[in-house]
Ligand binder design. Structure first.
Ligand code: ADP
Length: 162
């Protein structure tokens, strides 16, 4: 069985993430979308809120599992018996950091592969941080995030929708 892990902050999940998830789920028997509990990051949404948004958005995909983990991604992969890390690439600016992470993970556990899926052109500009900024100032979130996430962002910032 081919198992892949798509790790990230998902603060919150966007349509860009969703596109990568749908495509990765087609390629593997099982895809685990896992929130990395990075103590260095200050997320807007709590871990529980982010898990809830992932669960709600991905509830109709039979081969997708939602989870969270502490510590190194490669250790999490071992625990889950997974071989592949999925990451999305939007622009050249993503490359340097992703390249460094992929090489570090390869050094730690040589049998682990990182597979990059290129964003779809129409999602290439979407990031969780831009989405949060739009939401904070009451801008229209249609097409940027799943509807459930739109609702949660509006609740968080107490802003009306469009
Ligand atoms: P992290 O904090 O690990 O970067 P994110 O939740 O921001 O977590 O992103 C997780 C992964 O999804 C990263 O590989 C990132 O490059 C990718 N990603 C984010 N937004 C998009 C998008 N719009 N299109 C494709 N990939 C994306």
């Amino acid at each position: 069985m081919r198992i892949a892990v798509y790790p990230g902050s998902f603060d919150p999940i966007t349509n860009g993430h969703l596109d990568i998830i749908e495509r990765a789920a087609e390629l593997f028997d099982r895809l685990i979308v896992a929130i990395a509990k990075n103590p260095l990051k200050k997320p807007l949404f709590t871990l529980e809120e982010r898990l809830d948004m992932l669960r709600e958005t991905l509830k109709f995909y039979p081969n997708i599992e939602i989870d969270s983990f502490d510590g190194l991604t490669v250790n999490y992969l071992k625990a889950k018996n997974a071989q592949v890390i999925i990451r999305g690439l939007r622009a050249i600016s993503d490359f340097e950091n992703e390249f460094m992470m992929a090489l570090t993970n390869k050094k730690l556990v040589p049998r682990v592969e990182t597979i990059f899926l290129m964003t779809r052109a129409e999602y290439s500009f979407i990031s969780s941080s831009a989405v949060k900024e739009v939401a904070m100032y009451g801008g229209c979130l249609k097409g940027l995030v799943p509807e459930y996430v739109e609702l949660k962002l509006r609740e968080k910032f107490r802003k009306e929708g469009c």
